[in-house]
Design a protein around this ligand. Sequence first.
Ligand SMILES: Cc1ncc(COP(=O)(O)O)c(C=O)c1O
Length: 390
Amino acid sequence: MNKKHFETIAIRDQWERSENKEHSVPLYLTSGFVFDDAEEMRASFAEEKQRDLYSRYSNPNTNEFISKMCKLEGAEAGFAFSSGMAAVYSTFAALLSSGDHIVSARSVFGATHGLFTKYFPKWNIETSYFSINEPENIESLIQPNTKFIYCETPTNPGVDVLDMEYVSAIAKKHNILFIVDNCFATPYLQNPIKFGADLVIHSATKLIDGQGRVLGGVTVGSEALIREVYLFSRLTGPSMSPFNAWILSKSLETLAVRADKQCDNALKLAEFLEKHPKVRSVKYPFLKSHPQYEIAKKQMKLGGTIVCFEVINGVEGGKTFFDSIKMCSLSANLGDSRTIVTHPSSTTHAKLSDEDKIAVGILPGTVRCSLGLEHINDIIEDIEQALSKI
Ligand SMILES: Cc1ncc(COP(=O)(O)O)c(C=O)c1O
């Protein structure tokens, strides 16, 4: 059977069947695994024999999830984490040493920004920032001690898009790594490795889970880099639980159909908002008005499931909008089957200074809308009635 299509890999890539011949992979809720004798145990711990030893290191359920993610992203190897932030932190911590330097997009997820500003400086790791709208400045920020260039594309919450081919060429020229957080796109919409990324990080909590049930994260890339990430993680213990891996592997089976529908809903909402008098601006990668529309079209299959817009009347307008929403959920998550509206300024990105918020396009009236699977007419009706109250 030719397994080349995304949907087929996501559904048919499965861990070995047990002697019970189950159709769906069993849940391996076990912390450890047993050995036949002392020699097998020694050889396994010495990595002379490849097998599961202890679920902090690996487990059949995490193995299945990682194997699928690697195939879907076009990567050699991966490691799965308890959350997206565990993946971000552990990947960085495995690769960085005191005295290293990072070049990062200014618009990154609030918690990642917190790592750069609050924790890394105390370990003598500094970060320089570039605006995603001015990638031509990236090269000038690179220093002899720069370890990697980091970005999210599309960004959270502004859905700005970075040309990954352009940035990876800079990274290669300077012999440094290029790491991409692919959370907003998922491997269904884009594969950063195809555009030159060395490592790809995901919060699987979002569209990969798709139903707001579990936290998870994963990093994929070359064998050599993932080996570093693995060695750090098996010591420090940020591993994904077998239960979450089982859920997430099942979730991947439906990612393509969910993403198709949610992206379609997102485009329809974005087009509706573009004409609405109570909306000052709308950002969606597949709207022609998006500043990086051409780049988005080049590297993404569809425009994503997130629409970012700014209502009129600033803080007051935003408050009225959120207080008037009836069906959509006021929540901080995204990528759920339920449409969610979030106020980044007071929630996910609240820790950013006012100056940093403005620099990454988070204004008091900015709304991040994560489109779900409800009927688009019902979503638009709810958002329209909330806008009419402003
Ligand atoms: C782009 C991005 N990266 C990382 C994370 C962190 O993921 P988690 O909440 O699973 O730790 C998030 C969460 O919203 C995110 O949006």
